[in-house]
Write a protein that binds this ligand. Structure first.
Ligand SMILES: *Cc1c(COP(=O)(O)O)cnc(C)c1O
Length: 378
C-alpha cells in the first residue's frame, strides 16, 4: 500500500537538534533555560509584541490569559463557536460560562454582527463578559477591526486564539497581536510544532511576567515554599523550546508551502460548480494551515462524509470542519448568537466543509493524487 497522505504532520528543519544538544550539554533539562528564553524572545520579535511566555500547551496559555484578565466562577466569556474544543475548555476550568458567537461568511470567523447583539444584550442585562475569545480558523484572521472596536466600546478584553494562525497577518500586522493577549499552539499538527507546547503573548510585560509566576505554581518570594494564589504547572521545558527555536527558523517557508498547496487545490477545483475554497478576506494573509473547501449540496450529489470515506480508502487523510461548540453535548445549555436570524453560518460550514491534506511534506505528485480522486468523484 502507498504511503498515507496526511492532513498536517510535523516537518522538522534540521536545526532543532543543535538547540536540543545545547540543552543537554549545559544540562538545562528543565522548564527554564536558554532555549525557553530564546524561543520567547524570538517569537515575540517575529510577531511584533513586547513579551511572550512559553507554555506546555496552547490550552494552558488560554487558561492563563483568562485567569490574568480576572475570569472567576460565575462570570461569562464570549467565544467563537466554530473552533476546536480547546478554545473553550479553559472557560470551564475557571467555573465560568461560555456564550458562543456564530461565524460570518467572508472569514468563517466570529461574526461582528452577532457579537454586537450579544454585547448589547449583555450590557442591558448588566452582565458584560469578562473576556471575548476570538479564533482565527485554519489561518484566516477574523474581522479584527470590527471586533476590536466593539470590544473596546464595551471595555471587554480580547484574547486572540491564534493557535492555527501563526505566520498569518491582518492588514500587515501579525495574527495573534490584536487582543490584550494572543496565544499560539505548537501541537504536533500545527504549522510549526515542538511536539506539544504553546505561547502566550502580549504588549503588557507586567502581565506576561505574572503569567510566568502563575505557570510555575505561583510561588511567592520567600526562602520557604509560600503560596498566596492558585497556580499552575504550565511552563515549557528547555528541550521542547529548543525544537521551537529550530522550527521558528522555517516558519515563513512553511507558510509559503501551505499557501502553494492551497493554490494548487484552488486552481484544480476552479471549474467544479459547487466547490468553494475557504475565502481570504481582502487585506489579510493566511498561513493556509489547512486547505479547506465547502461542497454545495444543491450542486454536488455526494456528501462530504462520503467523499472523506473515499479519500480514506485511498489512504488519504481528510477531516470535517470543526463541529460548532454550541452543538456539542458539553455545551448544550449555553447561549448562542447566530449571524443572522435566517441562517446559522457555522452550522452550514460544518455540514458542507472538508479539510484537505495540507501536509507541507506532501509532494506535488501526492497532492495530484488527491486532486485526481476528488475531480473524478465529483
Ligand atoms: C490546537 C488548538 C488549540 C490548543 O492548542 P494545544 O497546544 O493543543 O493545547 C486551541 N485552539 C485552537 C483553535 C486550536 O486549533
Amino acid at each position: 500500500m502507498s504511503k498515507r497522505i496526511l492532513l498536517s504532520s510535523p516537518h522538522m528543519s534540521g536545526t532543532e537538534q543543535k538547540y536540543i544538544q545545547e540543552a543537554f550539554y549545559t544540562n538545562w533539562i528543565a522548564p527554564l533555560g536558554a532555549n525557553v528564553d530564546g524561543f520567547e524572545r524570538e517569537l515575540a520579535e517575529y510577531v511584533g509584541v513586547k513579551a511572550a511566555s512559553a507554555t506546555s500547551s496552547g490550552t494552558g496559555a488560554i487558561h492563563l490569559a483568562l485567569d490574568l484578565v480576572g475570569v472567576k466562577a460565575g462570570d461569562t466569556v464570549f467565544c467563537s463557536t466554530l473552533t476546536f474544543i480547546a478554545s473553550a475548555n479553559p472557560i470551564l476550568y475557571l467555573g465560568a460560562k461560555p456564550v458562543f458567537i456564530d461565524s460570518e461568511p467572508t472569514t468563517w470567523n466570529m461574526s461582528p454582527q452577532a457579537l454586537a447583539t450579544a454585547l448589547q444584550e449583555a450590557a442591558t442585562a448588566g452582565k458584560l463578559p469578562k473576556a471575548v475569545i476570538v479564533v482565527n480558523l485554519y489561518g484566516q484572521s477574523a474581522r479584527m477591526d470590527e471586533i476590536m472596536q466593539l470590544c473596546n466600546q464595551y471595555d471587554v478584553p480580547v484574547i486572540e486564539d491564534a493557535a492555527e494562525s501563526l505566520g498569518s497577518s491582518y492588514k500587515g500586522r501579525k495574527s495573534g497581536t490584536f487582543g490584550h493577549f494572543g496565544i499560539y499552539s505548537f501541537n504536533g499538527n500545527k504549522i510549526i510544532t515542538t511536539s506539544g507546547g504553546g505561547m502566550l503573548v502580549s504588549d503588557d510585560e507586567t502581565l506576561i511576567a505574572r503569567s510566568r509566576f502563575l505557570a510555575t505554581q505561583a510561588r511567592d518570594a520567600a526562602k520557604h515554599y509560600q503560596h498566596s494564589v492558585v497556580g499552575y504547572n504550565y511552563r515549557m521545558s528547555n528541550i521542547v523550546a529548543g525544537i521551537g527555536r529550530g522550527q521558528l527558523e522555517v516558519l515563513d517557508e512553511r507558510v509559503a508551502q501551505k499557501r502553494a498547496i492551497f493554490e494548487r487545490y484552488a486552481a484544480a477545483f476552479n471549474e467544479i460548480d459547487g466547490i468553494d475554497m475557504m475565502p481570504e478576506l481582502e487585506g489579510t494573509f493566511s498561513n493556509r494551515w489547512l486547505s479547506t473547501m465547502t461542497m454545495d449540496p444543491k450542486k454536488i450529489s455526494i456528501s462530504p462524509y462520503a467523499l472523506m470515506d473515499l479519500l480514506n480508502e485511498a489512504n488519504i487523510e481528510s477531516r470535517p470542519v470543526w463541529k460548532p461548540l454550541h452543538m456539542q453535548p458539553l455545551f448544550e445549555d449555553c447561549t448562542f448568537y447566530p449571524h443572522a436570524a435566517d441562517g446559522v453560518v457555522s452550522e452550514r460550514l460544518f455540514a458542507t466543509g472538508v479539510c484537505l491534506p495540507s501536509d507541507s511534506k506532501m509532494t506535488v505528485e501526492e497532492q495530484q493524487k488527491v486532486i485526481d480522486l476528488i475531480v473524478k468523484t465529483l
